[in-house]
Design a protein. Structure first.
Length: 448
């Protein structure tokens, strides 16, 4: 399909209005050019020029059910016809049913949910509850992490976007990561005996365990490079937390809801948090919704103490109806089984791609959550760019992919392969074929 003159004029007009009236996230505002997205279906989205893109990003790693899932769209329309919104102190059917479903699916003894409008707010409220419950104030997080862009959530994040907002909120202490490919302790698993987990215990001791309320981690790290923890790591961190009366908070905003091939990423291991935060896949991005799910023990603490948390849109009826329909869709259409099966295929195909391209340093991931870390030299693992730099070569590769109809997320030295969980084998192979082709540019750059 080719855009006609009228459509081209419309595109130019929308981009012009965006440039003039919209402030855009994480970018300099001086110039703006972007496709105008007009629709989507399944793993594809469409722009105003009639181009179709296979979405290897699930937009913001959020459209786990693809675009415009009919079950979720129908549920939103039905709910809109009944009741769009009630003040959070009133009960509503979709909120009650969704909270029950989340409790059923959640790991461990997590029972009660506070709804928010997104992931950052979920983390804000999680640390508030951890502080109320423990009476302590410090929160330990890792450098290679992202927990959201509000003032508190940005301080929780190790992600360098926090620099612009520092000093941030008080009481946040950062610890080193489980980044095995570039181990901060220069050790290898399993001989390392999980030094990175022990390090967290050491920091709790040095900070004073009587001051530490919680350790907050993404069970599988997302936008800092998709890092799957070594086996035993999360269990050991949980043990250290328990021994020190410190709560464990899992941020499952990106890695939850089937992304890694299980309902929640932590379910790959024998571990459960005291508090879990959710968003993105909860409604598969059809309507903004986040959640903080807490253990029965933490919930009971607030039976006779005021919970000083609240939002106008906590448990918005439309969002909860979308969440309920999304959870139904994950089950009814066996979406998480598909994520697991497609994830295995993706892992094996990526290995073949890595074997062919010398610019690929490491592939790592679980389910449909993969990173391809690029290097100038496989032996020395020399990076294309330093942390927080943009690689012109990788940017060019992603641009070429887009020209060939593949939306491929790129950051620093890595590509992310994070398609909708409903992707078919044919679509996955098609996207990987394009990826394989465009990686040639990176190989050329390093002269192989
Ligand atoms: C792990 C994680 N936590 C929290 C957030 C913040 O969520 P939101 O952008 O909905 O506030 C994100 C967003 O990418 C995330 O990846």
């Amino acid at each position: 399909v080719h855009a006609n003159t009228g459509e081209l004029a419309l595109k130019a007009r929308i981009v012009e209005l965006e440039q003039q009236y919209v402030l855009h996230s994480w970018s300099k505002q001086g110039s703006y050019d972007s496709p105008v997205v007009v629709g989507g279906e399944g793993s594809w989205f469409f722009d105003s020029d009639g181009n179709r893109y296979l979405d290897f990003s699930s937009q913001a790693m959020s459209n786990n059910l693809g675009h415009q899932h009919p079950d979720v769209v129908r549920a939103i329309v039905d709910q809109a016809n009944k009741l769009c919104y009630a003040v959070p102190s009133f009960a509503t059917e979709p909120r009650a049913l969704l909270a029950q479903r989340i409790a059923d699916k959640s790991p461990g003894a997590l029972t009660k949910t506070l709804f928010t409008t997104g992931g950052a707010e979920a983390n804000e409220n999680a640390i508030k509850m951890a502080r109320f419950f423990t009476g302590k104030h410090k929160i330990l997080t890792r450098w290679r992490s992202y927990h959201g862009a509000t003032a508190g959530a940005m301080t929780l994040s190790g992600d360098p976007r926090r620099w612009a907002m520092e000093p941030g909120i008080p009481g946040i202490v950062r610890v080193l990561d489980c980044y095995c490919y570039r181990c901060p302790f220069q050790l290898s698993h399993p001989e390392c005996k999980l030094r990175c987990a022990e390090h967290i215990g050491e920091v709790i001791e040095l900070e004073g365990h009587h001051t530490v309320a919680a350790v907050l981690v993404e069970p599988v790290v997302g936008s800092s490079g998709i890092m799957v923890p070594p086996d035993g790591y999360l269990e050991r961190v949980a043990e250290i937390c328990r021994a020190n009366d410190v709560l464990l908070i899992f941020d499952e905003v990106m890695c939850g809801f089937g992304r890694t091939g299980t309902w929640f990423a932590c379910q790959h291991w024998n571990v459960a948090p005291d508090i879990m935060t959710l968003a993105k896949g909860l409604t598969a991005a059809h309507i903004p919704l986040g959640a903080v799910v807490v253990s029965a023990q933490i919930a009971e603490h607030f039976d006779d103490r005021t919970l000083y948390c609240g939002l106008t849109y906590s448990g918005h009826a439309l969002a909860c109806a979308a969440g309920l329909a999304a959870l139904d869709a994950y089950e009814r259409h066996e979406v998480i089984d598909n994520a697991r099966a497609m994830g295995e295929l993706l892992g094996s195909k990526l290995q073949r791609i890595a074997d062919r391209h010398h610019s690929v340093g490491e592939i790592r991931g679980l389910g449909l959550f993969w990173a391809v870390e690029m290097v100038r030299d496989r032996e020395t693992r020399e990076r294309f760019v330093a942390w927080n730099q943009t690689s012109p070569v990788l940017t060019q590769v992603a641009k070429e992919a887009m020209q060939k109809g593949l939306f491929l997320p790129v950051r620093w030295n890595f590509f992310m392969i994070v398609p909708p969980l409903i992707i078919t084998q044919e679509e996955l192979l098609h996207g990987l074929e394009i990826f394989d082709e465009v990686l040639e540019a990176a190989d050329r750059e390093i002269g192989v």
